[in-house]
Design a protein around this ligand. Structure first.
Ligand SMILES: [Fe+2]
Ligand SMILES: [Fe+2]
Length: 245
């Protein structure tokens, strides 16, 4: 795909999925900050726009990309993928990271005070993500899947208590921003996940897993903010028809 410095970061990722790796490496926010232009996002991240443009051009853009697939696959498949891949990962990682963060803080917290803050921030993001995913799984995703059944099978749809899908989507996007902010603070407190030379194997493992947690969160939020939610809004407009509510 072609892009410029004025292209939206989310559009670049949609057209060129491997851009995600470039953005991960350089700290450019492509999920919550996906609405920014490349130029603005690089400025926010303190990254060189020239370097990123060069790397993006180098990346091979496969035609049958994952995003192209999700741009047209049934939404029920996308919600299933998000549950099975990302929600399952987050739940499993929370269990592991909670005890790892506690163990490393207990052992090294006196010499490395930032471990106390990192553990607290992680417990916050773990709590927020747990209730957030529950809301998606119990309320938003079933409604999106039901709308799809209406279109495919002509079944009737009960009006939801939240009136329009715009409301839970708005709430989910705000929660994504809050979770994104917490992991940004973990990144900052850990100096970009750089374990100190005296850090034991558990210390290294904690930072490695926290980095993975951040990368997974970015991909997860990207799928929802930039693909699932815009498609759900369009689907609702189609289900309700002109002037419908
Ligand atoms: Fe999710
Ligand atoms: Fe979400």
């Amino acid at each position: 795909m072609s892009f410029s410095r004025d292209s939206k970061v989310s559009d670049i990722v949609l057209g060129q999925p491997k851009a995600k790796r470039v953005f991960e490496d350089t700290g450019v926010d492509y999920c919550c900050g996906g609405g920014q232009s490349l130029q603005e996002a690089c400025l926010t991240a303190g990254a060189s726009v020239e370097e990123i443009v060069r790397r993006l051009r180098e990346e091979n853009c496969a035609a049958a990309s994952e995003n192209t697939q999700w741009a047209s696959a049934p939404l029920g498949e996308l919600t299933w993928h998000i549950r099975e891949k990302h929600h399952a990962y987050v739940r499993e990682a929370i269990g592991r990271l909670r005890s790892l963060a506690e163990k490393v803080r207990a052992k090294h917290g006196n010499q490395h005070a930032e471990l106390v803050e990192i553990e607290r921030l992680f417990l916050d993001v773990a709590r927020e993500m747990s209730t957030h995913m529950q809301k998606e799984e119990l309320i938003l995703f079933p409604y999106i899947e039901a709308m799809e059944r209406v279109m495919k099978q002509g079944v009737t749809l009960e009006p939801p208590f939240f009136r329009t899908v715009q409301n839970p989507i708005h709430m989910m996007m705000k929660e994504h921003e809050a979770a994104g902010d917490l992991v940004k603070r973990i990144r900052r407190a850990s100096g970009g996940y750089a374990a100190p030379p005296d850090g034991c194997a558990s210390y290294q493992a904690l930072y490695r897993e926290l980095r993975e947690f951040e990368a997974d969160l970015h991909e997860h939020v990207h799928l929802e903010n930039n693909i699932l939610f815009p498609r759900a809004l369009k689907l609702e407009a189609a289900v309700l028809g002109p002037g419908g509510e």
